[in-house]
Design a protein around this ligand. Structure first.
Ligand code: TNX
Length: 539
């Protein structure tokens, strides 16, 4: 059986028992055998072994085998009948191979088929096994994300062997077995200080997915802007959404736009995590509704860059109603299991009232059948271990919650805040902790980062881009790339296999991937780039 897709002209099919659609591959195979005796199968001489091809994040194991497999613009992709969930990965793969091989306008060579096998029950979550053999390339995976990640690895391999005007190219034979180190591999984007549209955010989701990240955390609200429409409190977006740092016009996502982002991320293996920051970082809401202020008067809008300047009125029923309504609507729009409630830097709140408020919203989130996530200040105040704590500044704050059983996300500011400048030449970003170069972003071990933290409690790692000093999406991209490659590898790859110098070399080799993603990336001098950037609007 064979199914056509809307992705022309490469083909996606279900693995046929009688192999009716394998003719092109077999025909090419014979031609190849004939040519092999004359001048080698590919005609392009030696190819590097699989273990020499750059993949980021570094796979768990790579083994070379003799031989090579052709990969062409018209390579057949077969999906096993038992794997309907493989179809998105197969489609992604077709698109990325055609991009890597610059197939536009080419009729297209084939090669051995790429076969997506039925899910393998012996593999851990999100993992895959990729076997490149002269007569077939097979992908076995544990689940949908495993297949997507196998496709991303194949994409990088295709880019590594792609050469101008070669179709097909030759992949060295071998086996890649790959599984993530941590379950949580996140990227947080602050759309509150400066607003970014759905169309601006989607390419970042694509890039994060290419690096095998699986959580996309949107910091939706802050002092300077409220970015999601809430039906029961409409002025939040109408008034609170109309500002941003520096006095720009701001903006917000309609509920349909938010749902579109959720869906876009899910199709790329990423769970969207919405953050509504409470009870501090809330001036945008305070400016929309007087009732949330202790004096009943709407606050003035705030478009500066200070932190810790606001709090919901905490002995006020309206604030609890507000929290319940907002969390209820956001939970209803969010199929993923998490709601992030912020809780950071509530310097204006009384400590006792703050702790009571955090435990109240913990109950509201639970009533909505979601798991709460809060920044370390919230975990310090309510360390009952029943929800996920996100560390960022002072690791000791999360120790009691961890001891009580809380899973911990590590986002240490000095390793994962990709909104810091790379170096003193870098034009935008935070400077309050100095610069964060790509070596520093890479060269650390999460298991030993927080003294006294049982590493078994670490759920994973998350990078963050705060945007109080980052005004445009081009600047966000520059801040993220190439440093996000470092965080992604810290989150995915085994510590014992990671070496910073080897990583830096692989980043340079993967310049074609950065170019293919069509995002700006910083031409940091720490990377021996092979070529000047061809990215969208290079600085
Ligand atoms: C701290 S990290 C913050 C943000 C800032 C960031 C960068 C955290 C939970 N809060 O509000 O944007 O530092 O300055």
């Amino acid at each position: 059986m064979f199914i056509a897709t809307d992705v022309p002209p490469a083909v996606i099919g279900r693995a046929p028992t009688t192999r009716p659609k394998l003719l092109p591959a077999i025909t090419w195979g014979l031609a190849c055998v004939a040519a092999w005796t004359l001048n080698g199968c590919s005609g392009n001489g030696e190819i590097p072994p699989l273990t020499d091809l750059a993949v980021i994040p570094l796979p768990t194991s790579v083994t070379d085998q003799p031989g090579r497999a052709a990969l062409g613009c018209n390579t057949l992709i077969q999906i096993d009948d038992a794997c309907p969930d493989c179809v998105p990965a197969g489609q992604e793969l077709i698109v990325s191979i055609r991009q890597a091989l610059q197939c536009d306008g080419k009729r297209g060579a084939t090669g051995p088929p790429i076969r997506f096998l039925a899910p393998a029950t012996d593999l851990p979550p999100e993992s895959y096994r990729l076997q490149i053999q002269p007569d077939q390339i097979t992908v076995a995976a544990s689940d949908t994300n495993g297949y997507l990640y196998a496709a991303q690895t194949l994409r990088q391999l295709a880019l590594a062997v792609a050469a101008d005007d070669k179709d097909p190219v030759q992949l060295p034979a071998g086996v890649i077995e790959d599984r993530p180190r941590y379950a949580w591999r996140g990227l947080m984007l602050d759309v509150a200080r400066h607003f970014f549209t759905v169309d601006q955010v989607k390419p970042l989701i694509d890039a994060a997915a290419a690096l095998k990240l699986n959580r996309f955390h949107l910091h939706l609200t802050d002092d300077q802007g409220w970015r999601i429409h809430i039906d029961s409190w409409p002025r939040l977006s109408e008034v609170g959404g109309a500002t941003e740092v520096g006095g720009g016009q701001g903006g917000f996502y309609t509920q349909a736009e938010y749902a579109d982002l959720v869906d876009y991320a899910a199709r790329r293996g990423m769970i969207l995590v919405p953050e509504i920051d409470m009870p501090g970082h809330i001036n945008a809401a305070l400016s929309a509704y007087g009732i949330l202020n202790c004096d009943g008067v709407p606050a003035d809008p705030y478009t500066g860059t200070d932190v810790g300047i606001s709090s919901l009125c905490l002995d006020n029923d309206a604030s609890r109603q507000f929290a319940a309504d907002v969390i209820g609507e956001v939970a209803a729009l969010t199929p993923g299991p998490y709601i992030h409630i912020g809780g950071d830097e509530a310097f204006e709140a009384d400590d006792v009232l703050y702790a009571r408020f955090i435990s109240d919203i913990r109950d509201i989130v639970a009533d909505n059948n979601k798991t709460m996530i809060g920044w370390e200040e919230a975990a310090e105040a309510v360390s009952d271990g029943t929800w996920i704590a996100q560390q960022w500044l002072l690791p000791e704050r999360i120790l009691p919650a961890a001891a009580a059983g809380a899973p911990i996300i590590l986002s240490p500011y000095d390793r994962t805040y990709l909104s810091f400048i790379y170096d003193t030449d870098f034009p935008v970003g935070n400077v309050w902790a100095g610069a964060l170069d790509i070596y520093t972003a890479y060269d650390w071990d999460p298991d030993t980062y927080a003294k006294g933290l049982d590493s078994a409690r670490i759920l994973g790692i998350e990078a963050a881009v705060w945007t109080e000093k980052i005004p445009t999406i081009a600047d966000v991209q520059l801040s993220l790339f190439p440093r996000l490659l470092a965080t992604a590898e810290v989150a995915w790859s085994d510590q014992a296999r990671r070496q910073v110098d080897d990583f830096i070399t692989r980043v340079a080799s993967l310049q074609p991937l950065l170019d293919q993603l069509q995002l700006n990336y910083y031409q940091t001098r720490d990377i021996p780039w092979p070529a000047p950037s061809t990215s969208a609007t290079a600085p």
